[in-house]
Unconditional design. Structure first.
Length: 518
């Protein structure tokens, strides 16, 4: 009887044969070659390096583009305004994309804001009316608090919306009212390190209109069109402003470059008859998909590597044509299959770790050298992507090994493994299937485990195409890994149950102890 260590060494020797090593090296090279091809094939469309998105107080990429009419505000003070209208423009929306129409996109914003200077990415707190999401208080880009359900189209001179922000040191509190007398508190937030003198005033901004173009078998690709929003404010009351100061109109971020802004209505702020109208484009919030290329773009070769790994694992399980013996003649028992699971999982993990650990940092460096911005990520997230993808590859190899032990023939086992892992992953991460079907596949199949590669974050307050084809998995990375683990454990348990224990004859029933014989 072999000890566990001896059995592991024996199975490791059997696995590390030239054909299998060549196959795994090929899998690693697929990841490296296609990942670097992606990186070298992307170049900046700007003159020189494309400008990266600004970063917020926590270091993440943000959007910070809006029109601003502002003044200085000390450590104690407030701004109160009456908003009498919110209007907008949407260029060429569906269904025919043939005309420019009035209207507001759901996350168009107009309101009042306290901001730590006018630098992009600086800390802020804003109280606003939105196109279709009611009154909101948002701060420091990633935080969003709901107020009343009043939308921009419902605001008028006859039905105004009063807004108020007060500052007390680092704390900013937002209130809203329908009549300027009865006020409702929306939220109080703390902006750590807010400057002694902040900027306060009215703002307006409007993100692009996202529409989807059908492709493939129900899939879709994104199209974003120019929009603009304008808010009108009067009864402006300001306390705590610097003596002798005046209102200053400014655009934060790049504006007035489109034909619409040049020929029809420029973004900015104007004052007429005691009413200030602010017109702007852009957004204030998380960058979502506009923060550059995500690092998972370097993993385009993962589908081919998966295919190779699954075939190698199934063949290593043995079990040809009705027997329980691999080609080398060693009986396949529970102990042998367990040892083979350890070996195939460990070797696949190391292979994946080397391939992903090389292609991600090298690919990021190549993209940056080509002037292409890359989505920033923390060292912890980067380590999660590299180690997590390697672990997902190892788990799929163990799953395939178990399937190889369960089936009497190799090719049915390969077909099942590929259909359960490679096909769902490959067809869901390209714009081929409908978003709903792709999300369903990545929830219920073992391919869910590859959610571990996702670095993009879904934000409810940001309009984006949150679909697998755009880089968004339906499950959190840990939940996806849990689904893959469940499949691997279940398959291994079933395979082990059907195999004899060590010392029992393969294919024969286990011996019955003497005391239990009839």
């Amino acid at each position: 009887m072999l000890t566990h260590n001896e059995l592991l060494r024996q199975e490791c020797t059997r696995f590390l044969r030239p054909a299998r090593l060549i196959a795994l090296v090929t899998a690693a090279l697929m990841v490296l070659a296609l990942g670097l091809l992606y990186a070298f094939g992307n170049h900046a469309s700007c003159a020189g390096t494309c400008p990266a998105d600004p970063t917020g107080p926590d270091g993440t990429a943000v959007s910070d583009q809006f029109a601003f009419m502002h003044r200085d505000l000390g450590r104690e003070g407030s701004i109160t305004v009456r908003m009498t209208s919110m209007t907008g423009t949407i260029t060429y929306p569906p269904p025919h994309h043939d005309q420019i129409v009035p209207g507001l996109v759901p996350w168009a914003k107009a309101g009042i804001i306290v901001k730590d200077g006018v630098g992009r990415g600086s800390s802020y707190a804003a109280l606003m009316v939105t196109g279709e999401h009611g009154v909101r208080m948002q701060y420091d880009y990633g935080h969003d608090i709901a107020g009343s359900s009043v939308n921009g189209a419902a605001v008028s001179a006859g039905s105004p919306r009063w807004l108020r922000l007060t500052r007390a040191g680092d704390t900013v509190t937002g209130y809203e009212s329908s009549d300027g007398e009865r006020w409702v508190k929306v939220a109080a937030v703390k902006l750590a390190g807010l400057s002694e003198t902040a900027q306060v005033g009215m703002f307006a901004t409007s993100p692009g209109d996202l529409t989807l173009r059908p492709v493939g078998l129900g899939g879709s690709t994104e199209q974003v069109r120019f929009t603009q929003a304008a808010g009108s404010f009067d009864h402006i009351g300001l306390e705590g402003a610097a003596a002798g100061g005046s209102w200053r109109a400014e655009t934060i971020g790049e504006m007035n470059n489109t034909d619409w802004e040049k020929r029809h209505k420029a973004s900015g702020a104007v004052e007429e008859g005691g009413t200030i109208t602010v017109t702007g484009v852009g957004d204030i919030g998380p960058a979502a998909t506009t923060g550059g290329r995500p690092v998972e773009g370097m993993l385009t070769g993962l589908s081919l590597a998966l295919l190779i790994v699954l075939v190698v694992a199934v063949r290593f399980a043995g079990g040809g044509s009705g027997s329980r013996r691999p080609l080398d003649g060693a009986p396949l028992t529970r102990a042998v299959l367990g040892a083979r699971a350890v070996v195939v999982g460990a070797v696949t993990f190391v292979t994946g770790l080397l391939a992903v650990g090389i292609v991600v940092p090298v690919g990021v460096a190549v993209l940056k050298s080509n002037g292409v911005p890359v989505v920033g990520l923390s060292p912890l997230t980067g380590a999660r992507v590299v180690v997590g993808v390697a672990a997902a590859l190892a788990l799929t190899a163990v799953l395939a090994l178990a399937l190889g032990a369960l089936f009497k023939r190799r090719w049915p086992a390969v077909l099942v493994a590929v259909s359960a892992v490679v096909v769902p992953y490959a067809v869901s991460t390209v714009p081929l299937l409908s978003d709903g079907l792709a999300q369903w596949l990545l929830r219920v199949t073992p391919a869910a485990g590859f959610a571990v590669q996702q670095t993009l974050v879904e934000y409810p307050q940001v309009t984006a195409h949150y679909a697998p084809s755009a880089g968004y998995f339906p499950l959190p990375w840990w939940a996806g890994v849990a689904v893959l683990c469940a499949y691997a454990v279940a398959a291994m348990a079933l395979a082990l149950r059907r195999l004899p224990r060590s010392g029992e004859r393969a294919g024969a029933p286990a011996a019955v102890p003497v005391g239990e014989r009839a």
